[in-house]
Design a binder for this molecule. Structure first.
Ligand SMILES: [Zn+2]
Length: 296
């Protein structure tokens, strides 16, 4: 196992206060890691973490939380309208209808594929890319939080549950500001450490996803970080779904030695969706989409 390194608050550099220790509940990789909180920034971060050069070992083939699930054809068609890429398309189109868009951490390209080809010019980036990306566009491999991306300015950048994995979050925001047009939109979707399910499940909450989630940002923390990089927070969209609660239960079962694929159960998602609806309604969603605009 790699020797863990010590880290401080990514916003202010404070050592923070230890909150709990946890192991890798999702993939079962070795090690135990300490989660700390910086009270001044209201930001949680791994104060003992896997060094950046070794973290790839913690993304084994079993780490596939958002891979498409194969349902029967009828259910699949019914579920299609509720699928995550379609929901994400509707969310961003409340703010911007088209233009040049970069999806950071594009994975299989499923989100970009859900966007209308006529309205959007699509760019994707990830540390590795599959051979058969199901959409037209330009795709790059690389680390968005390390190097500025050499590309023409874009109207929108999306990061769907990517930001919490980054070792250099402030640099990622600065790189985003550098390639966004003035008043361009940045969409960052991240787990919410003050959600109902975070409180309920404690250190077993799926949003911690130790040791892959390097930091977990409150609204105050992400707002400060965005401002520091030249953005202003424009809107906050709660986006919990039944699937998040399925993951929570799955993590809890795994912690007690019962491997589970509950997050793939469509029936359970539907049954748990009222809880997600209530979390969203009361501003305590397990996942939150922050919409920011680059300063003009
Ligand atoms: Zn801090």
């Amino acid at each position: 196992m790699p020797v863990p390194e010590t880290a401080t608050c990514p916003l202010c550099g404070s050592p923070g206060t230890p909150v709990f220790k946890q192991r890798d509940l999702y993939c079962g990789c070795e090690g135990e890691f300490e989660q700390s909180r910086c009270a001044a920034c209201d930001l949680f971060f791994l104060s003992s973490r896997v060094p950046e050069t070794e973290i790839h070992r913690y993304y084994p083939a079993t780490y596939t939380p958002w891979r498409p699930v194969r349902y029967s054809s009828l259910i699949y068609r019914l579920a299609g309208a509720l699928a995550i890429p379609q929901k994400r398309r509707r969310r961003i189109q409340r703010f911007i209808a088209g233009g040049r868009i970069l999806d950071v951490g594009c994975g299989t390209g499923a989100f970009l594929a859900a966007l209308d080809d006529a309205a959007w010019r699509k760019f994707g980036m990830d540390v590795t890319l599959p051979v058969d990306i199901p959409c037209a566009g330009e795709f790059h491999t690389g680390y968005f939080d390390r190097e500025p991306v050499p590309m023409e300015a874009v109207h929108a950048i999306t990061m769907w549950h990517v930001f919490e994995h980054l070792y250099h979050p402030l640099q990622a925001l600065r790189n985003a500001a550098a390639i966004l047009r003035p008043e361009g939109y940045l969409f960052i979707s991240i787990p919410n450490p003050h959600s109902f399910d975070a409180r309920l499940f404690g250190r077993f909450w799926c949003g911690w996803d130790v040791p892959r989630h390097i930091a977990t940002y409150s609204r105050a923390a992400i707002s400060s970080m965005l401002e520091r990089a030249g953005f202003r927070l424009h809107a906050v969209v709660p986006e919990s779904g039944g699937v998040d609660w399925c993951f929570d239960i799955g993590f809890l079962l795994k912690a007690f030695g019962h491997p589970s694929r509950l997050h793939e159960s469509l029936v359970l998602r539907v049954l748990l969706s009222p809880l997600a609806w209530l979390s969203n309604r009361f501003g305590r969603s397990g996942s939150t989409l922050y919409v920011a605009r680059r300063a003009a």
